[in-house]
Design a protein around this ligand. Structure first.
Ligand code: IMP
Length: 184
């Protein structure tokens, strides 16, 4: 993190919040009689999941599963590590996985396999953002907030190496070195 890092607002907070309301309406419409078991992929999806839950009657709890494929860089390592929460009791449940970004798709695919393997009746996916041009694994996504280009974003709960989660808007991030070389 440096004072020369550059930021460009991609999605202002108000637009994000209003889209989350629309996503929640779709989720309720698809399953009016059986609220899903909410499982947020943390840390990144915690803010999104908290906002989504407010619009979902009958979903008082957001469970959490820890997964990461990024380490401290801005490019996926390709290896998904699943941490605490992977042993949630999902047998017979209709799980709704809540993700901040689907990039290559590896993280969400690994989690779907884990939960379906543990006996979940279904495992749907709600992601705030998707980067379709980056997809490696063809994972089904049921609810998408926004499709974005292949740029690294932060804010609204998403970080770069642990920084910038608290930014209210979703912002494109260019670290100092990358910004300088782009400027020539
Ligand atoms: P995937 O396994 O390649 O789909 O990576 C998904 C995970 O990578 C998400 O849970 C995010 O934590 C992280 N990620 C992907 N793109 C970004 C980004 O632009 N900003 C912050 N995190 C990202």
């Amino acid at each position: 993190m440096s004072s020369a890092d550059r930021f460009r607002v991609l999605l202002p907070q108000q637009e994000v919040l209003s889209r989350i309301g629309e996503m929640a309406a779709h989720i309720v419409r698809d399953d009016p009689d059986e609220p899903p078991m909410l499982v947020a992929v943390v840390e990144g999806a915690r803010t999104f999941a908290a906002r989504l839950r407010c619009f979902l009657p009958g979903c008082p709890i957001v469970h959490e599963v820890k997964a990461s494929s990024y380490g401290t860089g801005t490019v996926s390592s390709g290896e998904v590590s699943i941490g605490s929460g992977s042993d949630l009791r999902v047998s017979g449940c209709r799980v709704l996985l809540i993700e901040d970004i689907v990039d290559t798709g590896r993280t969400i695919e690994a989690l779907r396999r884990r939960f379906l393997g543990a006996g979940a009746r279904s495992c749907r996916v709600a992601t705030l953002l998707t980067k379709p041009s980056r997809r490696v694994v063809d994972v089904p996504i049921d609810y998408v907030g926004f499709s974005i280009p292949d740029e690294f974003v932060i804010g609204f709960g998403m970080d770069h190496a642990g920084h910038y989660r608290e930014l209210p808007d979703i912002v494109v991030y260019e670290p100092e070195a990358a910004a300088e070389s782009a400027a020539g």
